[in-house]
Ligand binder design. Sequence first.
Ligand code: NDP
Ligand code: GDR
Length: 356
Amino acid sequence: MMSQRKVALITGVTGQDGAYLSELLLSKGYQVHGVKRRSSSFNTGRIEHIYQDPHEDDPRFHLHYGDLTDATNLIRLVQHVQPTEIYNLAAQSHVQVSFESPEYTANADAIGTLRLLEAIRILGLEQTTRFYQASTSELYGLVQEVPQRETTPFYPRSPYGVAKLYAYWIVVNYREAYGMHASNGILFNHESPVRGETFVTRKITRAAAAIRLGRQERLYLGNLDARRDWGHARDYVRGMWMMLQQDEPDDYVLATGETTPVRHFVEWAFADVGITLRWHGEGVAEKGYCERSGDCRVEIDQRYFRPTEVDLLIGDPRKAKQKLGWAHETSVRELAREMVLADLDAMKTAPIAHHA
Ligand code: NDP
Ligand code: GDR
């Protein structure tokens, strides 16, 4: 039986999924404790709308400073919060950046997960605290089988994927060794209007909006032939919560079952702001997408290619459907439109930054 107390601790609360999950859990009556990193500037933009002043009567949303690279901090936080559920969403989550900072990525994403599990064990909370691990379709990497499902062999293709592989298995090991209710959600790509600006979907939707408004000339991208199974973050955080409500812990794929090449996402996003692009392919000096007027809007830049790429992701969510009753609601086409319209709206008033 689940305890009546509903107290969640979310690492990575300032990220895309942390924001959606906090909203969901607050709507379900949870006390939500989020772990945020110290930063020299505000990093709470995604959770502004649910922020509660600690001076208010009986706040239900609490923020604490912390870091997955700091074990004593994690032990103290878990001891203080005594969570019934922990959602470990914190990570250096950018695949390309993981090639630049592999050691930090391993520290935060792999050993960080171990630190959190050890905090639970040291405090003797193995039987009271349920644990969700943000595992990823990047575990599949080099294609072994399609669609990818829970039993598909892993073959990660980046320091990020390899770090997440350790995290996946340490969660399985702690479940088996200590009887913990610890589950891996193997989530395929999920996006939203608050997706980090350097992930490809958001980079594209922001650029389409900025080009439409005459505030940017061109968009530079890498591999347009990679294919991803993209869903909406709102649907995916619902699946995370469902996993922790099961009597038994387990590992589940969350995906839409549909795959889309990056180039289609580009075409959709520009079409949604009224710009029709045509591909200028091999043999043309400049490769990329241009308008009928001759203005070229999207160009290929080698710097955005990865040393090793994940070419094709398409997930099989049947287990999650059968056991959790989970299914995605938003299609990738709807998602692209929602993102680009949100960027268009925001950009009409705000300045833009170019760091993608
Ligand atoms: P984001 O990059 O948007 O958020 C990551 C969060 O982790 C941020 O709050 C970030 O803080 C925090 N963080 C980073 N490093 C540390 C650290 N050392 N200590 C504490 N906090 C840290 O990721 P998403 O919300 O998109 O993803 C959530 C999780 O799910 C990640 O673990 C990601 O790897 C995984 N995942 C994501 C998928 C997706 O498609 N979105 C798919 C599958 C898995 P700050 O805001 O200060 O940077
Ligand atoms: P991914 O997401 O690596 O799948 O990891 P990302 O959006 O970064 O890349 C998707 C695909 O697009 C190609 N691509 C580019 N990518 C970026 N970022 N920038 C570009 O300019 C560009 N041009 C082409 C990439 O090569 C890739 O094939 C995301 C993260 O959220 C992980 O944390 C998560 O685990 C996985 O999804 C599932």
